[in-house]
Design a protein around this ligand. Structure first.
Ligand code: PEP
Ligand code: MN
Length: 368
């Protein structure tokens, strides 16, 4: 009996695997029937491999994962309905364009989508500081056209003496305000032990730059059903970023949104160095959406509007902007926050740029 006998999910296979894996793609013939696909999946299971079905409008592929030696010998090509079988050469597999040609479109809640022409406009304070202030900021950014509200309840601060966030109390506030305004919310999860708690309150998990390679955390959010906003680590290469996305996907969750937030450089005139070329670069390599966070990338309100517009022009699937009504009193990242009227101004320009790019900024749809 093969090791994978009776194990059909990639997640199970990856958890229990004893040896080196290989990932092969089966490309199905156009117009292959559901019965044929079902038959192929059953045969793959009989051979003792795990599988993942990716049904696109143009083509359907099946990812097959198994021990290298066994997979090399397997008669996959002989299955009826199979057009081609090949290995994925890139180290990231499910995240690659080779595996899925069409852009992923991810549902974020309240009818908001990202990817495939839908833009995700995240705005809100760095940290949740209280219900009144969050509500005030949320009303303002929603009126300007933001379709996702952000706010950190667990903050990854460089200093242990800085404000660490309101914790669960903050999560409750974020959820309440999101409900009141009928808009999806995103908040950072820093530790695998927080995933269950945060899952109760948020629509989208955020993995911060400092945790992009916290593989246990990636596995944990990979076993949930919520979209994950994965921020690029400050020294991460494009391949590192895509491998982290692969971790989440291989654990069963394909709803990954990438985020460029600036990388470390020698120049201290901006907080980080915004790598805008990464947007079209990544788009050639993956079907996953990628957004840009000009707030953490530049750290400077005078640069954020121009970089927001440039992000949309570069083909980004959205932006992530910190907004505060009173930046001077903000408990975290005040100096880089836009005022609501500044956000409103840049949103207007981004709308025009979105139109030029043939993209839409969907408003959240009331569900109650
Ligand atoms: C944040 O979004 O507030 C944050 C801490 O971002 P990053 O992980 O990109 O530094
Ligand atoms: Mn911040």
């Amino acid at each position: 009996m093969h090791y994978f006998q009776s194990r059909t999910s990639l997640r199970d296979a990856l958890i229990f695997h004893p040896r080196q894996f290989k990932f092969m793609i089966i490309v199905l013939k156009p117009n292959s029937s559901d019965e044929q696909i079902q038959h192929i999946l059953e045969k793959i299971e009989e051979m003792g491999f795990a599988h993942d079905l990716s049904k696109g409008e143009k083509r359907t592929v099946i990812g097959v994962i198994g021990e290298e030696d066994l997979l090399r010998e397997a008669p996959l090509r002989a299955l009826p309905g199979v057009e081609d079988v090949h290995a994925v050469l890139k180290p990231y597999k499910m995240a690659s364009r080779e595996y899925q040609e069409e852009d992923s479109v991810i549902d974020l809640g309240y009818g908001v989508k990202v990817g495939g022409g839908h833009l995700m406009m995240i705005a809100g304070p760095c940290a949740i500081e209280g219900k009144e202030i969050l509500s005030e900021i949320a009303h303002a950014v929603k009126a300007s056209g933001a379709n996702v509200l952000r706010g950190g309840a667990f903050k990854p601060r460089t200093s242990p003496y800085s404000f660490q966030g309101m914790g669960e109390e903050g999560l409750k506030i974020l959820q309440d305000v999101g409900h009141d305004l009928q808009m999806p919310v995103v908040t950072e999860v820093m530790d695998p032990r927080q995933v269950d708690l945060i899952d109760k309150y948020t629509d989208i998990f955020q993995i911060g730059a400092r945790n992009m390679q916290n593989f246990n955390l990636l596995k944990e959010v990979g076993s949930t059903n919520r979209p994950v906003l994965l921020k690029r680590g400050m020294s991460a290469t494009v391949v590192d970023l895509l491998m982290s996305a692969e971790y989440i996907m291989a654990n069963g969750n394909k709803q990954v949104i990438l985020c460029e937030r600036g990388i470390r450089s020698f120049d201290s005139s901006t907080r980080n160095l915004l790598d805008l070329a990464v947007v079209p670069n990544v788009k050639g390599l993956t079907h996953l959406p990628i957004i840009v966070d000009p707030s953490h990338a530049t750290g400077r309100p005078d640069l954020i509007p121009a970089m927001s517009l440039a992000s949309i022009a570069a083909g980004a699937d959205g932006v992530h902007i910190e907004v505060h009504c009173n930046p001077e009193l903000a408990k975290s990242d005040g100096p880089q926050a836009l005022l609501p009227n500044q956000f409103d101004e840049v949103m207007k320009k981004m709308r025009s740029m979105a139109e030029l790019m043939g993209k839409t900024i969907g408003d959240p749809v009331a569900t109650a």
